[in-house]
Design a protein around this ligand. Structure first.
Ligand code: URA
Length: 234
């Protein structure tokens, strides 16, 4: 692919704007030699103002979504994309969220521009466990785990029962819920179905990938090992 298109696709500007970067001699190779718009050069060899480019397509990143941020591209409040470099919004192929978290849910959110990878992660066939830490308004009664594991629990206004889910009770009002599917507001609605209310919800893990100690609002690009970890069990 010609450099001008490659760089424009990474969100550095329209083709016209990127043409100007070339005219100003700001696009070089690693040795500082000026490159031209229709050159074809490997991604890693390109510099703009001496800086390496953002990662090429095939990007996967994890973000610690804070409470109050919306998983949407057009909403009036604070958006997930506001936590990322503005350029990322303009990438082609687009950087998409892998599933969603409610505005009031914090935790691990993945974003990728790799459509196949996105489908592999969210596919019901993959059945990847998603782990949520819930803080409840009322003490647990004791039978919630059995009901969640039954495979017969029905959520309001749904026509098929939920797949079995695992509940690990931490104390009276804290529990860890592991879901294999991802229905709308599923965790909150499950606790509502057993007469409770979720006060705070945090996703700590997707597949074998844990959020770890990534601070709220921060993100990092995932390397091959972390990518593989998503599909590894445990
Ligand atoms: N379940 C919910 O209720 N909310 C989320 O954000 C994710 C799962």
């Amino acid at each position: 692919m010609k450099l001008v298109r490659h760089i424009a696709n990474l969100g550095y500007g329209s083709r016209k704007q990127v043409q100007w970067l070339f005219r100003e001699g700001r696009v070089t190779d690693a040795a500082g030699e000026v490159l031209y718009a229709d050159d074809r050069v490997p991604h890693d060899a390109i510099r703009i103002d001496g800086e390496l480019l953002d990662p090429p397509p095939g990007l996967l990143l994890m973000l610690h979504k804070p409470v109050g941020v919306t998983c949407s591209t057009k909403d009036s409040g604070r958006l997930v994309h506001d936590l990322l470099p503005a350029r990322f919004r303009l990438r082609d192929p687009a950087l998409s969220m892998v599933g969603r978290l409610d505005r009031d849910t914090s935790g691990l959110l993945l974003l990728t521009d790799d459509g196949q990878l996105l489908h592999r992660i969210i596919s019901p066939k993959a059945n990847l466990p998603k782990v949520y830490e819930a803080t409840l308004a009322r003490p647990l009664r004791g039978d919630e785990g059995v009901r969640f594991a039954s495979g017969t629990l029905m959520l309001e206004s749904e026509t098929t029962p939920l797949k079995p889910a695992t509940l690990d009770v931490i104390d009276e009002v804290h529990a860890r819920l592991t879901l294999g599917e991802g229905r709308y507001h599923q965790a909150r609605r499950m606790f509502a179905a057993v007469g409770n209310h979720v006060e705070a919800l945090h996703r700590s893990r997707v597949g074998g990938l844990a959020l770890g100690d990534l601070p709220a609002g921060e993100w990092r690009i995932l390397d091959e090992a972390s990518r593989a970890a998503i599909f590894a069990s445990g």
